[in-house]
Design a protein around this ligand. Structure first.
Ligand code: FES
Length: 181
C-alpha cells in the first residue's frame, strides 16, 4: 500500500467510528425519550387503576338484604398532567352476602363488553346487547345466554366500615377469566 492509499483510509476509519458512536448515542437518548413521550401523551393509560386497591363504598351503603348496589370506581392515582386527580375507571355491583362480607361483580358483560344492568323486578342482571342474563350472584341463569362465563368477580375486603376492592378489567368473549394489564 502506498502513502496515498493510507492517507485516504484514515479519514474513512475516523468517519465510521464517529458514525457508530453517533448511532449508539442516538439509541441511548432516543429510546428513553420516545417512551417518555408515549407516557406523556397517554396519561389515561397510567390512571387506569388496574390492580390497585381502591376504597369504593361504606359498608352501610350496601343493602343488608343482598340486593346489589351500583358503584362507580374512582381512583385518585396521579397521571402525567395532574396529581391525585379523581378518575372514574369502571362500574361494579356490590352485594352483601353476610353482615361484614361483600362481593363485587364487574358491570362489563363477559360476552362482548356491554354494560350489564340490574333489574330489581326480575332480581337478576340483564345485558341488553345480546340478551345474556345472570342471577343475582352473577352466575349464568339461562342456557341461551351467549355469555361464555359468569359475571366477573373482583377481590373485595371489608376494612372496618369501608369496602375496598382491587379493580381490574377482564378479556371478553372467552370462557376463561383473564385480567387485562
Ligand atoms: S355483550 Fe352482553 S350479551 Fe353480548
Amino acid at each position: 500500500m502506498d502513502a496515498t492509499q493510507d492517507s485516504g483510509a484514515q479519514p474513512r476509519r475516523r468517519f465510521l467510528a464517529e458514525a457508530a458512536a453517533g448511532a449508539v448515542g442516538a439509541c441511548c437518548v432516543g429510546v428513553p425519550l420516545a417512551s417518555g413521550l408515549v407516557a406523556w401523551l397517554d396519561p389515561l393509560s397510567k390512571a387506569s387503576g388496574s390492580g390497585d386497591w381502591i376504597q369504593v363504598a361504606s359498608l352501610s351503603s350496601v343493602p343488608t338484604d343482598g340486593t346489589p348496589v351500583r358503584v362507580t370506581v374512582v381512583t385518585g392515582k396521579s397521571d402525567a398532567w395532574t396529581r391525585d386527580a379523581a378518575v372514574p375507571v369502571g362500574v361494579v355491583y356490590l352485594r352483601r352476602t353476610a353482615p361484614a362480607q361483600v362481593v363485587a361483580l364487574h358491570s362489563i358483560c363477559p360476552h362482548a363488553g356491554c354494560f350489564v344492568d340490574y333489574q330489581t323486578d326480575r332480581r337478576a342482571f340483564f345485558c341488553p346487547c345480546h340478551d345474556s342474563t345472570f342471577a343475582v350472584d352473577g352466575s349464568i341463569n339461562d342456557p341461551r345466554s351467549p355469555s361464555p362465563r359468569p359475571m366477573d368477580t373482583l377481590s373485595v375486603e371489608v376494612r372496618g366500615e369501608a369496602v375496598w376492592l382491587r379493580f381490574q378489567n377482564f378479556r371478553s368473549g372467552i370462557p376463561a377469566k383473564v385480567a387485562l394489564t
